[in-house]
Design a protein around this ligand. Structure first.
Ligand SMILES: [Fe+2]
Length: 336
């Protein structure tokens, strides 16, 4: 390979693998995600609880890590082979992006490569993870709303046009939908980007960043969204029901946004559509079209736009400083 070859030419990213949330009280977070929401605990060590969904074939899809402050530790994508990781490391080096190898730090996971990407996010790539029992047909073990898989991560960055270019041109993601500013600029405000054949593995939106807006888990059906509201409210977390239930314009999914006991945000999501054909043009939306965000249901509250999760630094010991967005971050219809 030459250093001029892009990641999309030298590696095969399979999709979003897992995400690590930093939490102040590990037991409280574990109880929330396992006992209420219905994720499955695979294993734990002194600082971390490793969780998975019913469709997971691997050790973890979600990690809770004990920390002094809430936020996101790393975002992890799976690649096809360990050789991909070696080639990616050389490419990142050529792009002068700092990397570090992770080995033995995370239970169940093989040697992994972490990079501080050009947007300032701590992104991990891994190829190997321990297989686990498949729980799809273990209905007797399903609890809460039985999330089926980790679906996507949504990231905020000051320049979402550049974020789109990085993910599509360098990493080889397809784009299902995008939001852009008025003509004549047509500047990209957000994009929904996939490697697996759904609407997205990653969304990149305009906002103060680098920071993480939310992680999305798929639910089996629409009634599970309502059940989630009932369960979360009954357990005393009514204020955690931040937005929804409602239906998105973009992605067409039925959704509910929830803040966990640490204030970290996740989305429960069901009913988007298949993608995979990268020759098909993205569906384009105007930034100030309210339908793109909410086909029906209340508009987002201001805190949904204004609050997001801090991104841990590559060494895990601090948080990335954030910069102000380079274009309007909150659409006109939310301003009054
Ligand atoms: Fe990881």
């Amino acid at each position: 390979m030459s250093a001029n070859q892009k990641i999309r030419e030298i590696a095969n990213i399979q999709g979003l693998g897992h995400i690590e949330f930093c939490v102040r009280d590990l037991e409280r977070a574990r109880d929330f995600y396992v006992d209420l929401i219905g994720l499955h605990e695979t294993e734990r060590d002194a600082d971390r609880v490793y969780l998975r969904c019913t469709e997971s074939r691997e050790h973890h899809a979600f990690v809770l890590r004990k920390a002094d402050a809430a936020g996101v530790g790393h975002i992890s994508f799976k690649v096809s082979s360990p050789d991909d990781l070696e080639r990616m490391q050389k490419r990142f080096e050529a792009l002068q992006l700092p990397t570090r190898w992770v080995e033995g730090e995370e239970l169940g996971q093989g040697r992994a490569l972490r990079v501080r990407d050009p947007l300032g996010f701590t992104i991990e790539y891994y190829a190997e993870m321990e297989p686990v029992e498949w729980l799809v047909q273990k209905y007797d073990q399903h609890r809460g709303v039985a999330p089926t898989r980790i679906d996507h991560v949504n990231m905020l960055t000051p320049d979402a046009q550049y974020g789109y270019q990085w993910y599509t041109d360098e990493l080889g993601f397809g784009c299902a939908e995008l939001t852009e500013s008025d003509p004549p600029d047509h500047r990209i405000w957000a994009s929904w980007l996939f490697r697996k054949a759904t609407v997205h593995d990653a969304a990149v939106m305009t906002g103060k960043g680098p920071s993480v807006h939310h992680v999305g888990f798929s639910l089996p059906d629409p009634i599970s969204i309502i059940k989630a509201c009932d369960i979360i409210a009954s357990a005393g977390y009514t204020d955690s029901l931040e937005r929804g239930p409602a239906r998105h314009g973009i992605s067409n999914a039925l959704f509910l946004y929830v803040r966990d006991p640490d204030g970290n945000r996740f989305e429960l999501y069901t009913g988007d559509y298949l993608t995979g054909d990268t020759s098909i043009e993205p569906i384009r939306w105007n930034l100030n079209n309210p339908i793109r965000q909410t086909l029906w249901g209340s508009p987002p509250p201001r805190r949904w736009f204004e609050e997001s999760m801090a991104m841990a630094t590559l060494d895990g010991n601090g948080v990335e400083p954030v910069s102000e967005p380079q274009m309007q971050a909150i659409p006109d219809y939310v301003l009054d």
